[in-house]
Design a protein around this ligand. Sequence first.
Ligand code: BGC
Length: 498
Amino acid sequence: MGRVAVAFAAVAVVAACSVAAMMVGRRLKSRKKWRTVVEILKELEDDCDTPVGRLRQVVDAMAVEMHAGLASEGGSKLKMLLTFVDDLPTGREKGTYYALHLGGTYFRILRVHLGAQRSYLDVQDVERHPIPSHLMNSTSEVLFNFLAFSLERFIEKEENGSDSQSVTRELAFTFSFPVKHTSISSGVLIKWTKGFEISEMVGKDIAECLQGALNRRGLNMHVAALVNDTVGALSLGYYHDPDTVVAVVFGTGSNACYLERTDAIIKCQGLLTTSGSMVVNMEWGNFWSSHLPRTSYDIDLDAESSNSNDMGFEKMISGMYLGDIVRRVILRMSQESDVFGPTSSVLSEPYVLSTNSVSAMHEDDTPELQEVARILKDLGGSDVPLKVRKLVVKICDVVTRRAGRLAAAGIAGILKKIGRDGSGGITSGRSRSEIQMQKRTVVAVEGGLYMNYTMFREYMEEALVEILGEEVSQYVVVKAMEDGSSIGSALLVASLQS
Ligand code: BGC
């Protein structure tokens, strides 16, 4: 071989080596990036871990806090609000009633007709509309004028021009925010949650605001009850099954109410009701315990929310927030690695990933996870390989599993407080034989997260059995109450008339 040829061969070898080295380097780098996202996922899994032992600590903390909230005003982060609902609908109610429900994302209007027997419950029409976002930070006048206008249109359509103006229509107002009641039909707003921010309304009587707007429109309608959505769900549950003593909402927000003995409501000594009990609105969204598994994503979400240091439990378990927790994890992964391609500015927008999308990705059963790919693209991402899509599904799973399991612990906490968890409850002084006689207990559940997100529902129900044990679980029935919050409130108004 000539000298030139040798030099040529040497150059070729060096070039080949450096290409190979570059490729190995790239592969190593990409492996390192992949290792980064796997580490982030692992950290998330560890921080969200909810073994049954930890759930039981949450159960105990919930029961203790309930007790403290009943003992004194401000005694706990749980407000344990009186609702002045002491008798629940029995099935004998009759007449025609309206309900207006202002929830977190939707408002609903419906009319029910009752024929004095359970089987004669006729929900004649239900209108469901998204709440226009500008209303959430408008003024009380704008909000209530809008609600009154919507009611008027509904009535016109329903009554089809017939002249029923002379009859006063009885209306139930389901208002899904914390209210301090002075009677069943009056109460002032304590604070806003779920992104609503009309500060001048705090401290105002909500029923009065609506009644004023109805009067201004000349509508012959009487706001006969102001009802939390959980209380509406409890009413419908009880109407169908008198073993219903607890109701929980898992929707945009989350909350629970239950039937409490009046003598256990120590902060209102001397409270007398004919039934000897009253429905207590717990406002459990504000529950907090050091046993709750909190991640850095929860801390950041809270700090950047319009109600920071508030509603900590709600922010871990409800529909408004699950999507944003998942978004924060994906954002961090995309910033610390290139597995999602260049970080898109869309992904940095708070709440851009809805919990509906999380549920769609989590439950994507196409072999290539096409739904995941589509949603990631909508978030400004590039076309990512299957293993990255699987990673996203796993993030959804971790966040939703934690939510479902914590939700179950919350329910078990209430069962513990009222002695229906098989242990006899705290400070209840029940005898052993009473403890052993487990009563059938129905928990009414309502809300879009529970109704539409199968994996959330399954994780919740599975954890409830895990916490309570197989034997006690047989006595605890979880029943879905579609539109229960609105229908139940109308039933409550009907029960007030009979
Ligand atoms: C509110 C509760 C309501 C729950 C579910 C929470 O944000 O504070 O009053 O029951 O959402 O809608």
